[in-house]
Design a protein around this ligand. Structure first.
Ligand code: IDP
Ligand code: MG
Length: 158
């Protein structure tokens, strides 16, 4: 499992409830590196494309309406195994079932509003990063703490 980038969306409920800072802090403290960030209002078209796999599901219309109802904060996070690391930090889909210690488990109890989206595979991450970020909007920067977040003595960060 090498260095990966993943797409995270702090959904309208996270923004409206003032939880952006707390959620970003969790990712920063874990050691994930922010390589992109965008505060935006998602259009109907973008929501439909992003959630196209769910278009036949009963909750689809409500999901699109929720995601477009208020601004979101979109993040691109980088780290070794970042996709799985972020998914495990997010917790199960519904706050009522998500384990304590996870973002959804600690901050939500709803079975509809669930604070955060994270890419669920490398294919999804590539597709979603391309949907939400244009060329040049992901920044490749050197983090001063990198050598203490990872063991950099070998060929790959460990
Ligand atoms: P995930 O976000 O944990 O990957 P998915 O099953 O991929 O969950 O569903 C995508 C999103 O659709 C969820 O994050 C949630 O916002 C919404 N969703 C899923 N199932 C339901 C439901 O039963 N009712 C309302 N919204 C749902
Ligand atoms: Mg999913």
């Amino acid at each position: 499992m090498g260095m990966e980038q993943t797409l995270i969306i702090l959904k309208p409920d996270a923004v409206q409830r003032g939880l952006m800072g707390k959620i970003i802090t969790r990712f920063e403290e874990k050691g994930l590196k922010v390589v992109g960030a965008k505060f935006m209002q998602i259009s109907q078209e973008l929501a439909a494309t992003h959630y196209s796999d769910h278009r036949e599901r009963p909750f689809y219309a409500g999901l699109v309406s929720f995601m477009t109802s208020s601004p979101v904060l979109v993040l691109a996070l980088e780290g070794v195994g970042a996709i799985a690391v972020c998914r495990s930090m997010m917790g199960a889909t519904f706050g009522s079932q998500a384990a304590s210690g996870t973002i959804r488990g600690d901050y939500g109890v709803s079975n509809s509003f669930n604070l955060i989206h994270g890419s669920d595979s490398s294919e999804a991450a590539i597709k979603e990063l391309g949907l939400f970020f244009n060329d040049g909007e992901l920044i490749n920067w050197n983090r001063a703490s990198e050598g203490w977040v990872y063991d950099l003595s070998g060929d790959e960060p460990e």
